[in-house]
Write a protein that binds this ligand. Structure first.
Ligand code: F6R
Length: 608
């Protein structure tokens, strides 16, 4: 969703703002803009479409100044036009703001300002914040404190004013903001990737925080304007990890980073001898865990698919019933919750609004609350009492890949931890832990498939506007994930289905050349899946199967088999998803699409 960057320092602001915006592009956006405070007051540049349009304008219109704010906008209120792009200014041009989120009392505020004679120049809710601040008097911080109670909804805002041209004031209620303390320069952004090239010393603002940034430092206040203590953290992510590193796209780089990401996640939770898991590393209170009778997993999108696999892991290994819910549905359905339910929010970003709301329900009900999360200090991280960090590092490609596989590993480790707490562990656990440590090698093997196979896979998929992905058991979520990857980046329709449900409807779609992708490694249920494949084959389907090489019965059925190594059944979801990621990637590249920033999508969905 929208990206925010702000800078106060001694260097010219425009190149720093543009670089920050470039690093925020992955969040998804459809217009961009920046404002700089200089001798001529606040000057603004905005442009529709991609950042390159704003950059072109910036080269033609030098905006000198060492304080500024920038924004990439993902349209909510009003079309993605230049007039609706941020920054938005007040009527006198003395206050400029950038904003991420949605004001729920937008209509009431708009009517009130109009009847007070304010002429509005955009359709945005953001402009209203600029006018409200512009109509107050005094220092910007005091104005913010007076305006805050008037704003209903979710927002992260950075404001600047000609009254104090050397400072920025940032405030948040909902979407994240992180401030960075550099050397004689302070920054603020909606996520750390925009700051990493200038500083790794950051403060994650809490809900309701206001931060004042000047060249000399950062002061954080509560919503009433009283100073509060917020520690500076030093991040261990470096800027290079958020670069493409020679790959054509971030997504491809991130697919290839999976062996390392998985290795790091496994090792982080093993004991010193690497023979078992280190329960303390999870941060769970063992006494709370002993009382657990069920587990509730909540997430969105790809993370929700990871939860569907997690259900198999936890039920099979820890023998606890598991419910998996879309966070966006769960939060509104008055769920049954109590001390005996372990709630786990699974989220790459740790900032997905629905997942946070679902976790908050758990917290209020007194349920033990954990998160599987890829961003330390994110909102989910801070909300949960137990945290499993997926060690994927920054994920920039909008389509999630390495975060997904590390989530699977984290959920498998969680299942082993719960198994231990419940006294169910035995010698087989050691064997599984050993297999987990060999998993990166299996992933390397899955990544080593010749490109030629994917070229044939691309032909098969692009022959139709639709395709069906089939799997059974814990590979059904992998069929869902494969279909989602294809939809997201190639804009081709695909549906994931459990093989056994085929005859109950979707088989009607199948005709000559209709692509069916089968997630079909060796499992006790494979014979059943082969039965489903025979049925679609008989109706003319073209079949691409993901299975171990030489899989009996598949050769004569499938047009193409993409081989994966033969691994423990619990690890099959991890190795079989890799070819599906690469298939989607190759299709999108072949179609000439923007792999890393697919249309309409945002990397982290910080509003409902
Ligand atoms: C798909 C994708 C999304 C996210 C979803 C949840 O490739 O990335 O479906 O999985 O928006 O995001 P997080 O995991 O950040 O909560």
């Amino acid at each position: 969703m929208c990206g925010i960057i702000g800078y106060v320092g001694t260097h010219q602001a425009v190149p720093i703002l543009l670089e920050g915006l470039r690093r925020l592009e992955y969040r998804g956006y459809d217009s961009a803009g920046l404002a700089v405070a200089g001798h001529a007051g606040i000057q603004i540049l905005r442009a529709e479409g991609k950042l390159v349009n704003l950059e072109e304008k910036a080269y033609g219109t030098p905006l000198p100044g060492v304080v500024g704010i920038g924004h990439t906008r993902w349209a909510t209120h009003g079309a993605p036009t230049e007039a609706n792009a941020h920054p938005q200014v007040d009527a006198t041009g003395t206050v400029a703001v950038v904003h991420n989120g949605i004001l729920e009392n937008y209509a009431a505020l708009r009517a009130e300002l109009r009847s007070a004679g304010v002429e509005l120049s955009s359709d945005t809710d953001t402009e209203l914040i600029a006018h409200l601040l512009g109509r107050e008097e005094g220092p910007l911080l005091e104005r913010v404190v007076r305006v805050l109670p008037r704003l209903e909804g979710q927002y992260a805002v950075v404001a600047m004013s000609t009254n104090a041209p050397d400072e920025l004031v940032a405030f948040r209620q909902g979407p994240p903001l992180v401030v960075g303390a550099g050397d004689g320069e302070m920054l603020v952004a909606s996520d750390v990737t925009a700051l990493l090239s200038r500083t790794r010393r950051v403060i994650f603002l809490e809900h309701g925080d206001i931060a004042r940034l000047g060249r000399g430092g950062i002061t954080v206040f509560d919503a009433g304007g009283h100073p509060v203590d917020r520690p500076i953290e030093t991040l261990d992510w470096d800027a290079a990890r958020a670069e493409k590193g020679g790959y054509r796209h971030f997504m491809l780089k991130e697919i290839h980073e999976q062996p390392d990401a998985v290795r790091n996640t496994v090792l982080a939770y093993l004991d010193a001898e690497r023979r078992g898991i280190n329960i303390e590393g999870f941060g769970f209170d063992p006494h709370r865990l002993e009382k657990i009778r069920r587990v509730q997993l909540v997430a969105c999108g790809t993370s929700w698919h990871a939860c569907l696999v997690g259900k198999f892991y936890i039920e099979r290994l820890a023998r606890l019933p598991v419910d998996v819910d879309y966070a966006s549905e769960y939060r509104y359905r008055d769920p049954l919750l109590g001390h005996e339910t372990l709630v786990i929010g699974v989220t790459q970003s740790g900032e997905t609004a629905d997942t946070l709301a679902a976790m908050e329900l758990g917290r209020r009900a007194g349920a033990p609350l954990a998160t599987v999360c890829n961003v330390r200090s994110s909102s989910a991280w801070r909300l949960a009492e137990a945290r499993l960090l997926t060690q994927a590092g920054p994920e920039i490609g909008v389509a999630s890949t390495k975060a997904f596989t590390t989530q699977l590993v984290a959920l498998l480790l969680t299942a082993l931890a719960l198994r231990r707490v419940r006294g169910l562990d035995d010698a087989r656990d050691g064997e599984l832990v050993a297999q987990l440590q060999r998993l990166p090698l299996a992933l390397e093997e899955a990544l080593g498939v010749p490109d030629e196979l994917y070229r044939r896979g691309v032909d098969l998929i692009t022959a139709s506007a639709d395709s069906l992905y089939l799997g059974r058991g814990m590979l059904y979520p992998i069929a869902l994930e494969g279909a989602l990857k294809l939809k997201e980046i190639s804009y081709l329709h695909a549906e994931g289905y459990p093989g056994g449900e085929m005859k109950h409807g979707p088989i009607a779609l199948v005709d000559d050349g209709f692509p069916v992708v089968a997630v079909a490694p060796r499992t006790p249920a494979r014979e059943k899946l082969l039965g489903n494949l025979r049925e679609v084959r008989a109706r003319g389907a073209a079949i691409l199967a993901v299975a171990e090489a030489g899989a009996a019965g598949l050769d004569e059925l499938a047009d193409l088999i993409v081989p994966v190594p033969d691994v423990d059944p619990l690890l099959q979801p991890l190795v079989t998803v890799v070819p599906l990621q690469l298939l989607a990637y190759n299709v999108a590249v072949e179609l000439g699409l923007d792999v890393d920033q697919p249309r309409n999508l945002a990397k982290s969905v910080t509003v409902e």
